[in-house]
Design a protein around this ligand. Structure first.
Ligand code: NYM
Length: 213
């Protein structure tokens, strides 16, 4: 039996990832499961949630980065088991968010190389769709959580580009990263583009091996 595909939707805040991952889950039906990172209900996820929602809850930036990575490791066995059982797993954020947001803080020593270390060994997505937009006005209405400010988001956007460039390096090869400009597009248009890429990927990729970060 071929394993399920690991499909990641990544992107900046307010680009419609959650809407699109839910629509994709509906389309793929019972043969798929959606996992969102951070997964805020686990022991580590609860700490992350507290950090994101309570400004007075201070943690060292390095510690926060390791918590986000640890949150992925908490779910890693479940993800692998689902894929092996033949289910597709849709991820709403994953390793690239981890590296882009943490490195965008500009903390001494926390460069891309530092940030990727605790992610090494996690299963790599088979297909990554990165949602981006050029129009800042499109993304009005940031929430109240930490990181949801335009100035920081601009830095994150630059870092996402750096992260994807880093993974073009032969040492960190990642296949199947597709950049989708979602600015000025309707929910339906984006959903159609996502479905075209995902259904094509599922139809043509049958490998049983996993790739790892
Ligand atoms: N975030 C998310 C990180 O800083 N590192 C990570 O590894 C992940 C998965 O958490 N602003 C940040 C990005 C978001 C915030 O995510 C919460 P969401 O998708 O808004 O719930």
């Amino acid at each position: 039996m071929t394993r399920g595909r690991l499909i990641l939707i990544e992107g900046l805040d307010r680009t419609g990832k959650t809407t699109q991952t839910n629509l994709l889950l509906e389309k793929l039906g019972p043969n798929a499961q959606l996992i969102k990172f951070p997964e805020r209900t686990t022991p580590i996820g609860k700490l992350i949630d507290k950090y994101l929602t309570e400004r007075s809850f201070e943690l060292a930036d390095q510690a926060v980065h390791l918590l986000f990575a640890a949150n992925r490791w908490e779910l890693s066995h479940q993800i692998e088991a689902l894929l092996r059982s033949g289910k597709h797993v849709i991820l709403d954020r994953y390793v690239y968010s981890g590296v882009a947001y943490s490195s965008a803080k500009g903390v001494r020593g926390m460069d891309l190389q530092w940030c990727i270390q605790p992610e090494k060994g996690l299963i790599k997505p088979d297909l990554t769709l990165f949602f981006t937009t050029d129009t800042a006005a499109e993304r009005q209405g940031f929430g109240d959580e930490r990181y949801e400010v335009e100035e920081f988001q601009k830095k994150v956007k630059v870092k996402f580009n750096d992260v994807f460039k880093m993974f073009e390096n032969p040492d960190y090869r990642v296949n199947h990263i597709k950049i989708l400009d979602v600015g000025n597009k309707t929910v339906e248009d984006v959903a159609a583009a996502v479905w075209s890429l995902v259904s094509d990927h599922i139809a043509t990729n049958k490998s049983t091996d996993f790739m790892y970060f």
